[in-house]
Write a protein that binds this ligand. Structure first.
Ligand SMILES: [Zn+2]
Ligand SMILES: [Zn+2]
Length: 335
């Protein structure tokens, strides 16, 4: 995929660098209209010089950008906002969903102590726990958190270039993830909610107070997919990878992956009850190792936990606390 691609009149996709193979380079979308210049997402802060150079080729300066819509708060989406804002003479509007603003402004989905409490409950050994906490500590600094000055709700309308886009709340990947829908042309900008080349993560929605998350990320994620299916978009432009033209096929693939994962977890807890989330994660993801070990371990713990939330709500699994660690039982297998 090229760095700059005009995808529709007045809409350009700019592909920016991102470390690691997954999810790969970040897509930023520039809307250049007669009276309005806007961006959906910005890429990382260290990619901001690539963004600046790409915009220059399109005859846009950072100072020309009037609006940035953040699909969510991860560092590959909001990282360049502060650099752009420095050029804007306070004229820049930074928009995000109401539920995402705290995460965006803090530079992490949750406070560090919420990660610590969650990790203790998963039964993760202390050395790995500290490594994951350390990762989120540095994540907060790498994110280059920015201020949001326009709070969005589901159904809000925004002018992006010469287009009118509708805000579609698509929680699941994070609590306040949004997609932007241009109804007339059938275009959906999906952030990380829909990616064509990998299955997106539904990360646990850690809260300040409860010891384990209350909101069910996987359930919300699939509900959001249903919302998108009802919109029937013609083309989906994700934040990573190429556009998607057949959402129905992808939706079925996501559903199949979900069902397979649930069966695998049920298989493990039926065979060996009273394991921790960490034990199940290591058994189902034996391939986790190498340089991305810490991140992938956290993603594996997240995946197991968010699936268990659903299995517990459906009465197919029980999460029982034993010395501060959640032990998982199949609901027929009383230990
Ligand atoms: Zn993300
Ligand atoms: Zn991303």
């Amino acid at each position: 995929m090229k760095t700059i691609t005009q995808i529709h009149p007045g809409i350009t996709r700019i592909r920016l660098p991102m470390f690691g193979k997954k999810p790969g380079p970040v897509n930023v979308y520039l809307f250049k209209g007669r009276d309005n210049v806007a961006l959906i997402d910005t890429g990382t802060f260290w990619g901001s010089w690539v963004l600046k150079a790409a915009l220059a080729r399109l005859e846009v300066r950072f100072a020309d950008i009037e609006r940035i819509v953040l699909t969510h708060g991860h560092l590959d989406h909001q990282g360049a906002v502060r650099t752009i804002a420095r050029h804007s003479r306070n004229l820049l509007t930074v928009c995000a969903h109401r539920d995402e603003i705290a995460s965006i402004e803090a530079g992490n989905d949750a406070p560090l102590r919420a990660y610590r409490r969650f990790l203790v409950r998963t039964g993760t050994p202390i050395a790995y726990r500290l490594a994951i906490q350390n990762m989120f500590f540095w994540n907060r600094h790498l994110t280059r958190a920015c201020r949001v000055n326009h709070s969005l709700e589901d159904g809000d309308k925004l002018i992006l270039g010469d287009y009118e886009a509708k805000v579609v709340a698509t929680p699941g990947h994070t609590r306040g993830s949004i997609s932007l829908f241009i109804e007339k042309e059938g275009l959906l900008f999906s952030g990380d909610h829909i990616l064509g080349h990998i299955t997106p993560n539904a990360l646990p929605m850690l809260e300040r107070n409860p010891l384990v998350p209350v909101r069910q990320s996987q359930k919300e994620y699939f509900n959001s997919l249903e919302t998108i299916a009802r919109l029937d978009p013609q083309i989906i432009y994700p934040a990573h990878g190429a556009e998607i033209r057949d959402f129905e096929v992808l939706h079925r693939i996501y559903r199949r992956c979900f069902d397979q994962r649930q069966s695998a977890i049920l298989g493990v807890i039926q065979q060996r009850p009273r394991q921790s989330i960490y034990d199940i994660a290591r058994e189902l993801f034996p391939e986790i190792k190498g340089r991305a070990f810490v991140l992938n371990l956290f993603l594996a713990l997240s995946e197991i936990f968010t699936h268990l939330q659903i299995l517990e709500a459906e009465g197919r699994a029980r999460l029982e606390e034993e010395k501060g660690i959640l032990k998982i039982c199949h609901d027929d297998s009383t230990a």
